[in-house]
Design a protein around this ligand. Structure first.
Ligand code: SF4
Ligand code: SF4
Length: 82
C-alpha cells in the first residue's frame, strides 16, 4: 500500500529528495505523497526511504490505498517504463 504523511509533519524537507519515484512533494500545509507513485520503495529498496529518514516518524501506511507486494511491483514497472 502507499504511504501517507500525517499532520505531524514538520516540513523539514528531508524525505522529498530520498524518494526514488518522485512521489513526495510540498503540499499546501505539509508534505504529501502521491499514491499513484508510491511503491513503498518496492523495486528500489528493502525499506521505505522516507520512513527511514523522517525525524518525527509521521509516515504510516495509508489504509485507503491497500496494495499487495505484487501490485506494488506492477506499479514500479509502470513507473519505470513510463
Ligand atoms: S515509501 Fe518510497 S516510494 Fe513511497 S513515498 Fe516513501 S520514499 Fe517514495
Ligand atoms: S521527513 Fe517527515 S517531517 Fe520531514 S517533510 Fe518528510 S514527512 Fe515531513
Amino acid at each position: 500500500m502507499a504511504l501517507i504523511i500525517t499532520d505531524e509533519c514538520i516540513n523539514c524537507d528531508v524525505c522529498e529528495p530520498e524518494c526514488p519515484n518522485g512521489a513526495i512533494s510540498q503540499g499546501d500545509e505539509i508534505y504529501v505523497i502521491d499514491p499513484n507513485l508510491c511503491t513503498e520503495c518496492v523495486g528500489h529498496f528493502d525499506e521505505p526511504q522516507c520512513v527511514e529518514v523522517c525525524p518525527v516518524d509521521c509516515i504510516p501506511k495509508d489504509p485507503d490505498h491497500v496494495e499487495t507486494e505484487e501490485q506494488l511491483l506492477e506499479k514500479f514497472n509502470r513507473i519505470i517504463n513510463g
